[in-house]
Design a protein around this ligand. Sequence first.
Ligand SMILES: [Zn+2]
Length: 250
Amino acid sequence: MLQRILAVLGLAAVAVALPTATGTALAGPSSGAVDITFPVPAGEYTDDYHADRSNGRTHQATDIFNDPGTPVHAAVGGTVGWAPASEQPSAGFALQIEGDDGRTYAYYHLGEANGARSGGVANGLSRGDRVERGELIGYLGNSGNAVNTGPHLHFEIHAAGGGRLNPFHALQAAEARGDYPGASGGGAAEAAASKSADSGSTVSYTVVSGDTLSSIAGANGGASIQAWADANPGLGDPDVINPGDVLAVP
Ligand SMILES: [Zn+2]
């Protein structure tokens, strides 16, 4: 009898603990949605965070493809951290910015404004320099091991605790808001707002392995779990989502 009670209690504890455990990963200064400015004026990207890489690694970043020399802007304001003076074997010319939100943002494979692969520290920035959100921090390129894959920005977001976050959802949210470099004032903002209005609010999100409604909500505008449940009446039980489910974004 005692065993049976313990088992039931154990189940209840798991049901409660799952969303709570996920929530703690987003706690502290990094809680809530990852709010970024899209780091390039435009670019092609897919949800390639889990893509296989050499030696059994997975990608843990989003690659944004565009022409070499495309300006790269700070997704959030912060302080320049790692900024190697020479080309790194993998990252190439690279910058990491310690964001004001407690997260770290990495920009790899940078190049020169004229599209040249060679160069020095991106845009003259060095460790300790202050950068504002949307500020020009370098140029998209194919330095490091991107020489074989074509010019792209390898963009990483590290959680405050050091774990990796999938940037795809934050990029999609920035795109949906029209939050591009230079769009924060004047005509660009208006153009972005009308573009956003034209496209309507029928944005959807496809669940991938490892998602929870809490993590999806946090990375896609920060609406409450209840708002997501209300926007997706077909879910029935909002605690149960499966990879491949297509959710309406509230
Ligand atoms: Zn990459």
